[in-house]
Design a protein around this ligand. Structure first.
Ligand code: PEP
Ligand code: MN
Length: 277
């Protein structure tokens, strides 16, 4: 790692368990879906879990188009308190039920320690959102569940800081971590964030952990999601996570960045061509 990094930063030497020196490669197995294996995986679904009908047609579309994992937010931290939607625990039970029906593992976020006991009963992957990456108490407690953890990069975090958060999870004994680059804040206002594509090969060189990208939250714009998803895969990402919705304009959250089903299907076809599956 020493040759690769500019050591103006102080804590690179603290990245031990998350570094390539500890291990060459980690493949996270989520009920048979291998993240970090030979083929990029696709996580797709609604931003927030909505009605049974919407969840069901979304899961069906994900499954029929070779997606691997179903996403849906229940406990979410939002930028604006006015954009928060009250969600309840039943939404997670619904997501799990529909995931089982279509044989899709599910991923959902936790934002607080007191949600973990409930969420771990249902989620196959527990997501740590961008605003929680630095919450070390949450990282420690979520590690103890022994569940696979998707660790999103803080929108203001360096790669060093991000890997230190992965280190915090690993220090508590859980090595099933998937990193997720979801865009960082730059001076460019025309996109919600800026997807740091270079983080993909960088992580590949310095860490054994799988890395996926989230072009939905990175761009905040539906028409930029597919090009960046493909760019991420070409750059070596182990997968993508995208928000989709049957009627994006009616989505309760993040509709402007959700793909409709036609766009999702053409993205999946493009990915098949790219990866020659
Ligand atoms: C999400 O994936 O639902 C989400 C809120 O993402 P982020 O934490 O990256 O903003
Ligand atoms: Mn969202």
């Amino acid at each position: 790692m020493m040759e690769i990094i500019n050591f103006n930063n102080r804590y690179w030497d603290h990245v031990k368990l998350a570094s390539k020196e500890y291990k060459e490669k980690t493949v996270v197995d989520v009920r048979g879906v291998k993240i970090g294996g030979d083929k990029p995986i696709v996580i797709a679904g609604n931003c927030s879990v909505e009605s049974r009908v919407i969840t069901k047609i979304t899961a069906k579309t994900v499954k029929e188009n070779s997606g691997h994992i179903l996403r849906g937010g229940v406990f979410k931290s939002r930028t604006s308190p006015r954009s928060s939607k009250n969600q309840n625990k039943e939404k997670l039970i619904l997501l799990k039920e529909i995931g089982n029906e279509f044989n899709l593992p599910i991923i959902t976020e936790v934002t607080q320690v007191n949600q973990i006991d409930f969420v771990k009963k249902y989620a196959d992957i527990i997501q740590i959102g961008t605003r929680s990456m630095r919450n070390t108490e949450l990282l420690k407690e979520v590690s103890k569940t022994k569940k696979p953890i998707l660790l999103k990069r803080g929108f203001d975090a360096t790669i060093e800081e991000w890997l230190l958060s992965a280190e915090a999870i690993m220090l508590e004994g859980n090595e099933k971590i998937i990193l997720c680059e979801r865009g960082i804040r730059t001076y460019e206002p025309s996109t919600r964030n800026t997807l740091d594509i270079s983080a993909i090969p960088m992580i590949k060189q310095i860490s054994h952990l799988p890395i996926i990208i989230d072009p939905s939250h990175a761009t905040g714009r539906r028409n930029l999601v597919s090009p960046l998803a493909k760019a991420g895969i070409v750059a070596g990402a182990d997968g993508i996570m995208v928000e989709i919705h049957p009627e994006p304009e009616k989505s309760i959250t993040d509709g402007f960045q959700s793909l409709d089903f036609n766009d999702f299907i053409s993205l999946m076809n493009d990915i098949k061509t790219l990866t020659k599956r």
